[in-house]
Design a protein around this ligand. Structure first.
Ligand SMILES: Cc1cc2nc3c(=O)[nH]c(=O)nc-3n(C[C@H](O)[C@H](O)[C@H](O)COP(=O)(O)O)c2cc1C
Length: 256
């Protein structure tokens, strides 16, 4: 079965788009008809569905968000805990937290355009510190709910079963149930002019890890933490370790 959305087949693109946008449950029979027609017209790669740039641009808005958010693979699932100068706490889910370097220990994340209020960002700028808390499998529903737009004076800790935890003299709230948590300090930011997002850079100031997760060589067995990953914008998955490997070196030439 080949489905190829290419420039020359605009009629088919429009047809599939309206099927997608009008019926949440895509009418399977019609969908298969379309595939059959395209199959006749296009030479493609067997069992692969192909979208070119023009057809992506024409997709139904939500369909496109789902497609593009899923196509780069699984992302990390973290809750960012912050507090403002008045003591209002905030918790929000982020899927863009990424390791930036180990020496110095830096992380980064992408903040959506500031066209609307962004409590997490504003609090980070006000106080300079925030926490990053792994989402574990028992918390996925509540973690997802933190993406709801609550006003600044409403804490997501009060709207979910996620409990706040202040550790030592770190000023930002941690998530109690989280088994891996980082205390971070704002370092810098870069505006991404291509789409108005902001790349925020932060240093790791402290790190809390459940003792069952830390291996002898410093590696964290994340599946023991029940840490989940995110597929797209609304799918949460458990993980299972397949293997760990030695540091990879080039293969020796045969007979060399
Ligand atoms: C699965 C998921 C991942 C998200 N990842 C990000 C992200 O990486 N960056 C971002 O700016 N917003 C992200 N969001 C949206 C924020 O969670 C949402 O805007 C939230 O309301 C921000 O809260 P705040 O205004 O309290 O900061 C994500 C939402 C979901 C559901």
């Amino acid at each position: 079965m080949i489905l190829c959305y290419k420039k020359n087949y605009r009629k088919i693109i429009l047809c599939t788009n309206c099927l997608i946008s009008k019926n949440k449950e895509i009418n399977k029979r019609k969908w298969e008809d379309v595939i059959e027609v395209v199959n006749l017209l296009v030479g493609g790669i067997k069992n692969m569905i192909c979208f070119d740039k023009e057809s992506i641009n024409k997709l139904d808005h939500l369909y496109r968000i789902n497609l593009i958010n899923s196509c780069t693979g699984f992302k990390s699932a973290n809750l960012l805990g912050t507090i403002d100068i008045k003591g209002n706490k905030n918790l929000a889910i982020f899927s863009s937290i990424t390791h930036l370097g180990s020496d110095p220990c830096l992380i980064c994340f992408i903040l959506r355009p500031k066209s609307e209020f962004r409590n997490t960002y504003d609090n980070i700028i006000e106080k300079g510190f925030f926490t990053v808390n792994h989402v574990n499998k028992n918390d996925v529903g509540d973690a997802h709910h933190t993406s709801a737009k609550y006003p600044k004076n409403v804490s997501e800790f009060d709207k979910t079963n996620l409990e706040e935890e202040f550790i030592g003299d770190f000023i930002a709230p941690y998530v109690k149930s989280s088994k891996i948590k980082l205390g971070c300090k704002y370092v810098n930011e870069y505006n991404i002019k291509e789409n108005g997002t902001i790349l925020v850079i932060a240093s790791i100031e402290e790190l809390y890890i459940d003792e069952n997760i830390l291996e002898d060589d410093g590696w964290l067995k994340l599946e023991n933490a029940g840490t989940v990953a995110i597929n797209g914008l609304d799918g949460y998955v458990e993980t299972q370790l397949l293997n760990r490997f030695d540091y990879a070196r080039p293969k020796k030439e045969e007979g060399g």
